[in-house]
Every structure is written in structure tokens, then in C-alpha cells.
Design a protein around this ligand. Structure first.
Ligand code: GLY
Length: 358
């Protein structure tokens, strides 16, 4: 039986991240062990509720079922969650428990961070993407018409519980969207300055068949490596003043793709993979990396057969990228590959990008 317990230190708070493959019904006890006699609100994704609601057996009157999809991560739903918490008369000692993918964790986390200026939060990610990235590190938020995650907070949970059994019911596309973030970690690994060395590029390249077949042991190893890299980054720079920006590798272009397609056509992970391809191309055209490293990246990505995203009109992409919250009024910020598993932040003007892609 797998049972890993790592700790992360952020916001002067240390919290456990447990990775296990216990029976899903045990989650009730794992959660109530943390919550004790305090009150709680469960925010659970509809899909997860349909599959596991009965087994989890949480009281219905304390359960907010969150409809699925990025478009639910909005002001209205956020307000509904807060009203639910108010109706339950939650106090500052009480808990919000998020059970679902990235959307669920982000919006429930944001509600927890603002309800009475912050109540306790437990993150239970049920998708690969949420396991390896969004549930750890304290980013919470909602989307607006102006872009994704423009309203949010840094708010560390009290615990993260990852039960890998949830991943067994993910469809292929949902599973692969998580792999998009996993691939991101491979190309930023050395910049994460983690004491452990994983050589994820190699690992992903050698184990692609087992990973795509969702081999339990390999997936657990993968989750642990990605989380360790994320912990290392967040502990060094919780509020994204510097180092944490590397976690946005591939994301500048990806956010533009998602916005241009109304968050409907491609999953986040698919867009991130397109963004990674873009920065590899860009870095090679600029002479920052050698062509052979770009080929290594392309070969690795090819092994996972992600949904192909066509090139977008670069001028349109630039205008959307300029609205990204990480952009300044003049510059667009890219995290570019500079060497094997190493990346660096670059601030670019429109014309510098157009020079290579127009
Ligand atoms: N997902 C990027 C970050 O947590 O900073």
C-alpha cells in the first residue's frame, strides 16, 4: 500500500500532502480526523459526486455540488458557495473541503480564503492535473470575462490528500491533460532547485507506454516527483515574486489559445503542450537553445500523442498574451528553455516575437 507523507512550508504554515491508494470510502474518516468536531462544507465536482457520492457518504446538507467545466469558475458560483457556507453558519474554526479537479480546488479555495477572512481548507484533487499541480502551493481564484484567474489569492490549505484511485475513472483526455503539466515539470526540473534529482525528461521518455497505460506504480512515482518539484519552488517563492514564475512554462501561449477558443475546444494540458512547443521553437529561433534540444522536446511530446492544436494568427495571440496578468503594458513575459531541463524568464516586445513568427 502506498502512503506517502510530504510536508510543505509556506505562509509560515507547514501542511501535509498525503498520497495514498486507500479505499475511497476511507476518505470520510481521513477528513473527519483532520476536521475533528468542527463544522464543514464539502465542495465536490458533479462528476466526482456522481461516481463516488454514495461511497463518500457526506451529509447532503453540507455538500455543494459544483457543475463541471471552467465556465463554472465564476463570480456567481463563488457567491453561491459563500452563501452555502453562511447558511451552514461556518465559523473561522471550520473547514471547506474541495473534492474535484483544478476548477473545484481553485474556486473552493478562493471561497475558503475570503470567507470570514479565511477558514480552514482541505484539498482533495481527483484529476491528474490537480494532483500534480493545482492542489499544492496555494493558488486559488476565479475567472472573469477579461481572462482566467484574474481574481484570486494565495491561500495555503491545511492538508492535501491525494488518493490515486480517483484517477482510475478519468477518461483518456482528462488523464492526458494532466500529462501536459507533468511534461512541463520535466523541462523546468533543474530550475526548480529541488534536492532530489528525477531526470523526468528521461523518465517520461522511457516509460511513456506504462504511463499511458496508467500503470499504478509509475503514476504514483510521477505524482510524487512533480509534487516534490512544486514544493521546492513554492517553498522558495510562495507569492511568485521570482522563481515561481517558472511554473508558467508554456502557459503564456497556452492561456491565449484557451481564450481564443473560449475555453471550449482544447483542455488546459493540451494548450500547455502547444505553449511548450511554441517556446521551444522560439528559443531555438532566437539561438538560445541548440536544435538538438528542441528535437528532444518534440520527440518526447510526440510519444504522448496529444490532441494537435493548429498555429494561431500570431498577431491575435500577441494581443491576447498582452492581457495576461503576468504581462506588463509593454512586455510579454515568457519562460524560455535555455538548456536541458533549465528555463529562464524573458520579457519580450511584440516586434521581437513578430520577427520570428510573422
Ligand atoms: N500552477 C502554477 C503555480 O501554481 O504557480
Amino acid at each position: 500500500m502506498l502512503n506517502l507523507n510530504v510536508k510543505i512550508n509556506a505562509s509560515e504554515k507547514t501542511y501535509p500532502i498525503t498520497i495514498n491508494n486507500n479505499e475511497i470510502k476511507d476518505l470520510y474518516y481521513e477528513i473527519t480526523n483532520i476536521i475533528g468536531k468542527n463544522n464543514f462544507l464539502i465542495v465536490i465536482s458533479q462528476k466526482v459526486y456522481k461516481l463516488y457520492g454514495k461511497i463518500l457518504n457526506f451529509p447532503k446538507n453540507k455538500t455543494f455540488i459544483l457543475k463541471d467545466g471552467e465556465k463554472e469558475k465564476n463570480f456567481k458560483t463563488y457567491q453561491k458557495i459563500l452563501n452555502f457556507a453562511l447558511k451552514l453558519k461556518l465559523t473561522r474554526n471550520d473547514f471547506i473541503v474541495a473534492i474535484g479537479g483544478g476548477v473545484c480546488g481553485d474556486i473552493a479555495g478562493f471561497a475558503a480564503s475570503t470567507y470570514m477572512r479565511g477558514i480552514h481548507l482541505i484539498q482533495i484533487p481527483t484529476t491528474l492535473l490537480a494532483c500534480v499541480d493545482s492542489s499544492v502551493g496555494g493558488k486559488t481564484g476565479i475567472d472573469t470575462d477579461f481572462g482566467k484567474n484574474l481574481i484570486g489569492s494565495f491561500y495555503q490549505p491545511d492538508a492535501v490528500i491525494i488518493n490515486t484511485n480517483f484517477l482510475k475513472t478519468l477518461d483518456d483526455r482528462q488523464f492526458k491533460t494532466g500529462l501536459g503539466e507533468v511534461i512541463k515539470y520535466a523541462f523546468i526540473e533543474k530550475s526548480c532547485k529541488c534536492p532530489e534529482e528525477y531526470n523526468l525528461i528521461n523518465f517520461l521518455s522511457l516509460n511513456s507506454e506504462n504511463i499511458l497505460a496508467q500503470d499504478d506504480k509509475i503514476i504514483e512515482e510521477l505524482i510524487k516527483s512533480c509534487i516534490s518539484l512544486k514544493i521546492s519552488v513554492v517553498e522558495q517563492d510562495e507569492k511568485e515574486g521570482g522563481l515561481r514564475k517558472i511554473l508558467n512554462f508554456g502557459h503564456t501561449y497556452a492561456h491565449a489559445v484557451e481564450k481564443l477558443t473560449n475555453y471550449k475546444k482544447y483542455t488546459h494540458g493540451e494548450a500547455v503542450v502547444k505553449g511548450i512547443e511554441f517556446v521551444f521553437n522560439y528559443a531555438q529561433k532566437m539561438g538560445i537553445i541548440v536544435e538538438s534540444y528542441k528535437f528532444i522536446a518534440e520527440d518526447l511530446i510526440k510519444k504522448y500523442n496529444f490532441k494537435k492544436i493548429p498555429d494561431f494568427d500570431i498577431k491575435k495571440v500577441i494581443s491576447v498574451m498582452k492581457m495576461d496578468k503576468k504581462a506588463t503594458s509593454e512586455n510579454i513575459i515568457f519562460i524560455l528553455p535555455i538548456d536541458y531541463a533549465l528555463v529562464k524568464e524573458y520579457k519580450m516586445f511584440d516586434n521581437e516575437i513578430l520577427k520570428y513568427f510573422d
